[in-house]
Design a protein around this ligand. Structure first.
Ligand code: INI
Length: 179
């Protein structure tokens, strides 16, 4: 869904409802000390690269160290879930995986399969491992939409995916350290 001013929650509303419950958790976007995997799709790779610029910029701003970011390129979006799972590994080598790619309907007869299986696989990996895997794969009707969603500004979906990853790490951490 497209975000508009009218659907955004006011931070004051979050603070207000926090007074009416026992515990209210909010997410930090602090990236210091975090280890991040980036699983990127090479298909429509020029779009993926624009998302990657947004993601890497956001991670650096948040304090994630360059040496703590591991990037791997999958052939296409369909392969991204397995790559994310391998990055996490049995020993949880990363705190979160950001997936980036572009599935463009105009390009393919099997758009629905590629896009759907990519999304399903990503969800399966994060639920099976307990490690956040963020869906930063664009699924668009055409190239123009993909270009708009990968503009070099705060609306860039790669940037949003990176911030979502940091927030999910923070929330899962807070919940798992509660007794
Ligand atoms: N992969 C994408 O990442 N985006 C696409 O738009 C796309 N199209 O159009 O087909 C695509 N196909 C390749 C797919 O992800 C696999 O790499 C391929 O089917 C081999 O498994």
């Amino acid at each position: 869904m497209k975000k508009t001013a009218s659907t955004e929650i006011d931070p004051e509303a979050i603070a207000e409802v926090a007074q009416r419950v026992g515990t209210s958790l909010t997410a930090s976007q602090d990236g210091r000390g975090r280890r991040i995997g980036v699983a990127a799709g090479r298909f429509n790779g020029a779009i993926t690269l624009r998302l990657l610029e947004g993601a890497l910029g956001a991670l650096a701003e948040a304090g994630v160290e360059r040496r703590d970011v591991v990037l791997a390129w999958a052939p296409g979006a369909f392969e991204i879930p397995l790559l994310a799972q391998a990055m996490i590994g049995a020993t949880r080598r990363v705190d979160a995986v950001i997936t980036l790619g572009a599935v463009i309907r105009g390009d393919t007869g099997h758009y629905d399969l590629v896009a759907g299986e990519c999304a399903r696989g990503i969800q399966d990996v994060q639920l099976a491992t307990g490690v956040p895997v963020v869906f930063g794969v664009l699924t668009t009707e055409n190239l123009d939409q993909a270009l708009v969603r990968s503009l070099p500004d705060h609306t860039n979906k790669g940037r949003e995916a990176a911030l979502t990853a940091l927030e999910m790490i923070s929330l899962v951490d807070q919940l798992s350290s509660r007794s």
